[in-house]
Design a binder for this molecule. Structure first.
Ligand code: MD6
Ligand code: FE
Length: 206
């Protein structure tokens, strides 16, 4: 969308405010994905359970269990391939990446995250992908959340950015290794998603 404003959060971290409007079609597509590959709360190698529920679409899906983090071609829950990535998803990721300064992004994985009130994502980096030259594209849908950017180390006070329905955050290059997280989701109602927040995280896994 030509009218998108690109707001720098940190070097090579860009917020595209309101880039996706309306988000209703994305929510409908998430419903179709979840009908084939249901949302589930994954276990972590440390033995915990993530508060965010996840599923995937595209050739590769991100998975976590007691054995570690990795990308898998088959959904461990169903044994089937992940649902295909809808063409509009791939186009959105490519266009947003270019607006963020990273042209030529072709995602092969889309992690779909569902946040209920109280769900959160601690400081981490997205680091299970083969080629770190590709950026991360993160799309917010529904209830607003506080996106936390820690940068090179998980210590210290993060930069806090409110991410709302239709906002996209792109990071890559020197920021690709950046630590980030999401503060505990506050309860609310959103016309597109009700009491939920979704996040689509596009990656090039392989
Ligand atoms: C966000 N999400 O929800 C940012 N990373 O705005 C993430 O950074 C994230 O939701 C890895 C796995 C799931 C996520
Ligand atoms: Fe992440």
């Amino acid at each position: 969308m030509a009218e998108t404003t690109a707001i720098p959060i940190a070097p090579e971290v860009t917020l595209l405010r309101g880039h996706v409007a309306p988000t209703g079609p994305l929510v409908a597509a998430i419903g179709r994905i979840a009908a084939q590959a249901p949302f589930r709360q994954l276990s972590t190698p440390g033995g915990g359970t993530m508060s965010v529920a996840m599923t995937n679409c595209g050739p590769w899906g991100w998975h976590s269990d007691r054995r570690g983090y990795r990308y898998v071609e088959l959904d461990p829950l169903t044994g089937a391939r992940w649902p295909p990535m809808p063409a509009p998803f791939a186009r959105l990721a490519r266009e947003a990446a270019a607006l963020g300064g990273f042209p030529g992004f072709e995602p092969d994985a889309c992690l779909v995250n569902r946040y209920v009130p109280g769900a959160q994502m601690g400081a981490h980096r997205d680091w299970d992908e083969l080629d770190k030259r590709f950026p991360i594209v993160s799309v917010s849908i529904g209830l607003p959340a506080a996106f936390l950017w820690y940068g090179a180390t998980r210590r210290g006070r993060p930069l806090v950015t409110l991410v709302e329905d239709g906002d996209v955050v792109v990071w890559g290059g020197g920021a690709r290794a950046g630590f980030h997280g999401v503060r505990k989701l506050q309860a609310g109602e959103h016309p597109a998603t009700g009491a939920l927040r979704y996040n689509l995280t596009f990656r090039r896994a392989k």
